[in-house]
Design a protein around this ligand. Sequence first.
Ligand SMILES: [Zn+2]
Length: 65
Amino acid sequence: MKEKECPKCHNSQIEKGMIRSGNAVVQMFSYNNARSLSSPISSYYCSNCGYVLGLYVENPGNIEK
Ligand SMILES: [Zn+2]
């Protein structure tokens, strides 16, 4: 999925980023199985105003239910 335009300033330069905590990429885990496989969370943000458009689990199929 790709965001195309910032809803705040209508800039079309949307960049992809990874959400990190220190040196670690923040991961999404199954709520019911925190020891299961996980997936990194990525985000899209506006390169003009910095608005964060959304968070995406990179590999949702990897997360065990
Ligand atoms: Zn913007």
